[in-house]
Design a protein around this ligand. Sequence first.
Ligand SMILES: [Zn+2]
Length: 270
Amino acid sequence: MPLVKTEAIVLRTMNYRETSKIATLYTRDYGKIRVLAKGIRRQKGGYGGASLDALTCDTIVFSYREGRSLLTLAQADILDPYLSLKESYEAISTAWQIIELVDRSLHDGEPNLRLYELLREALAQLKCERTHFEPVLFAFEIAFAESLGFALQFEGCIHCGEPLRFGGGKPGGFIFSPVLGGFTGPECSSEHAAGTKVSPGAVRSLQHLKEEGVAAAHIRFTLPVSNEIDALLSHFLRYHVDELDRPPASKQRRKNSAAGSASQDLHMRR
Ligand SMILES: [Zn+2]
């Protein structure tokens, strides 16, 4: 098997036998992989310095074979241990939420350079001194969805196509469809009342977060808006991550049924 070299974020590890470790990694070039690091807990200084701990970024060398579920690690060198991030409880808990989302949403393999870079960028943002980490998480979740092909849509009302208006029009809220990732505007929302109501402030903040991305996530929200965004994004991600998990045949069935009742929020468990 050929030895290959890439960069990886360690998502999760478990001890294996007396001295080894099995780690789940999100790599720059090979997507999500699982590696066996034989004897890594015995060797001081590990595989060239890295002890392969969760939430570190390493340069790794491993023997690659497509389709194999457990690969053998040959070498690992720490690129970034994210030490400053680990000094802040809020930063580390935000990082775990990001890491867990990546870990549970993705299948093995399936490289996605954009997603890898996004993950690196978000973790780098969490190293910066901040008082609020929530915008980084929200901006990551929005960009994460986009990198997997189900972006939030702000181009217009999903019912009539008119641009979304945040003031001056009819009073009232927007309605979010997790299935379509878009909003019904206030002008149509009374006729199409099924779904999750969202305030104009929350929709505008989401649009802002999408435009600015994790690097510029300095936006502040009021607590109610933050709660709305949190609920909406977990709804949205849960729906689509469940879709990613489903075998192709039933995925198609559900797509058809979803298209037939687009204004209804189907299958939501929140
Ligand atoms: Zn409309």
